[in-house]
Design a protein around this ligand. Sequence first.
Ligand code: NAD
Ligand code: MG
Length: 425
Amino acid sequence: QLRQERAVTEAGDREGRPCKMPVGAAISRPQDSAFLFGRIISAPTRRVFPQRESQSPCQSAKRTEDRSPGVLNLNLNAISKKECIIMAKMYYAKDCDINYLNGKKIAIIGYGSQGHAHALNLKDSGCDVCVGLRAGSKNWKNAEEAGLKVMTIPEAAKWGDIVMILVNDEVQADVYKRDIAPNLEAGNMLMFAHGFNIHFKQIVPPADVDVTMIAPKGPGHTVRSTYVNGKGVPCLIAVEQNATGDAYKLALAYAAGIGGARGGVMETTFQDETETDLFGEQAVLCGGVVELMKLGFETLVEAGYEPENAYFECIHEMKLIIDLINKGGVAAMNYSISDTAEFGEYVSGPRVLPYEETKKNMKAVLTDIQDGVFAGKWIAENKNGRTFFNAKRAQLAKHQMETVGAELRKNMLWGDDTDLDTASN
Ligand code: NAD
Ligand code: MG
């Protein structure tokens, strides 16, 4: 990965707003040249700009005086040029030409959370797709009923020019060795939605195939629901091997096909995607959030409040709050919540998550990921029959926050809608 010095130059962002953008690193990689647009920018992020400006544009954006309901007016002119630093190399819909997939056969291996979303989105985008499944898989019928071609995994791997592996990370190496590797041809493209098996060398592809990643930064069902709504889940792109020289444009076309380009595609490496993805889900998105909601729920219930109240307060409302942040940053949430709530945020947030201690713990989690300690544990857990994992899953299912939540959701007017593909609507 490039770690060279680079100049910082002035350029405009997509809307023509002035920004300071670092340039240089990306330019020295020859295969990138086709994707250098006027305003572009650089690659590697962490370790390169340690003294990034402390305030992001959204943090520094001022509320306007006119607080009309539901309308958030960020005063973008108030953002100084210095604060607007774009560090990553980004691609958007205009940069991702889906036509590069014309004539390409795309095999999606697996029909789970990501698999069904990629297969259906690509089909709806006009691509030639098939799904590779185990003979006798219960998903065979589902995929066929959704209008997809279905083959066994070896057949699909043979059929496809592009083979996207969307079976669980922990079984990918076995499936790859047994069913996929023998059917890969020179010039094919092997794709992943997460870097685990390449980065930790569980899968070592032959040198004559392209190896790329399009990793949606969201759950598979949301990849589907947002696509259907004309939006998309932002993705990361990484190219590990560019045997054909076409790996970037094909992977970007794939990102367009699943709707990811509508949200933005950021260039990274398999290593960085693996480490940041594992960190995000462990420390914040899944590990952090679930623990936070669970402890909040328990604290209220143990203090004698109704579990229903605790569920609404600490769990149901989480999505409603996050939707605002997703739309307009923390500023949008703070705009919509009361000033009382915002004051409490500043006073009690750091009390619940003590800054130094939490940061230290998060760094330890990251170190375990970077050193491969976490990967080693997860691989061993699978070899040992998942005793810890299964016990934890069963224990969580019995937790009152889950049982009370299920009852409350069932009785909501839309309670019969349990389709996860509409969960983000
Ligand atoms: P999943 O568990 O939802 O689905 C996996 C599919 O593989 C299922 O259809 C399952 O039946 C099949 N499968 C399981 N074992 C198999 C075997 N031995 N042989 C053949 N098929 C088998 O998986 P997922 O969460 O969609 O993850 C797929 C990939 O996408 C992973 O690399 C994951 O890291 C990545 N990813 C997932 C998400 C997400 O939201 N779930 C987000 C980003 C990236
Ligand atoms: Mg993730």
